[in-house]
Ligand binder design. Sequence first.
Ligand code: ADP
Ligand code: MG
Length: 218
Amino acid sequence: MVLTIRNVAKAYSGQTAETAVLRGVSLDLEAGTSLALTGDSGSGKSTLLHLAGALDHFDSGEIEIAGTSLSKLGDRQRAALRRRDVSLIFQQFNLIPSLPVRQNVSLHARLGGRWDADWGRQLTDRLGLSDFLDRYPEQLSGGQQQRVAIARALALRPKLLLADEPTGNLDETASAAVMALMLELVRESGTALFLVTHSAAIARMLDRRLHLQHGQAA
Ligand code: ADP
Ligand code: MG
């Protein structure tokens, strides 16, 4: 199992156990499969995704990434695990403005010691980026920037890909097309995808769906 979340609870400061954002969430995710998480705004989707990426601490329960229990890790070990096994795509693409596309795509994989130029070229070709490799992010459309963020995330060949409303800034037709391509690439690389979306249409494209409500996922 790439990701296992067992009975996880999380409250932000000022919240009680009763008003906590997450109140006993459990799920698991196998390699090469995809899971969509839906829920109202404020229901805790981003909170759960951050926990799944070892980016924040939870109050109780357990999370395992590729068999490693997060609660046993120190900050440095968590950072190492993230660099090696986890990629993230956010709604704001978080590209580095001072770097051209080709370096935005390769940077994380290089830092993780996993850059493979052939795979990188396949990604940029299939995502329609080969003519833009020397451009800077500000010289790209929103849709192109998003495809750079996807190429960057997959260049690492992560065990786990976390995506928080990655098509939130695109129109519906563009979203569906880029999601289809992303799902194809994810399946080929054996990556497990955990994706937050408010779009029922996008959620239906994934293997499984969970809905977050009142701090629980069902
Ligand atoms: P979603 O992604 O489903 O819209 P979030 O996980 O962002 O929901 O937020 C869930 C709840 O937790 C919201 O009520 C939000 O205000 C609160 N929250 C999120 N992050 C923080 C934080 N860093 N400190 C305090 N409260 C937070
Ligand atoms: Mg959110």
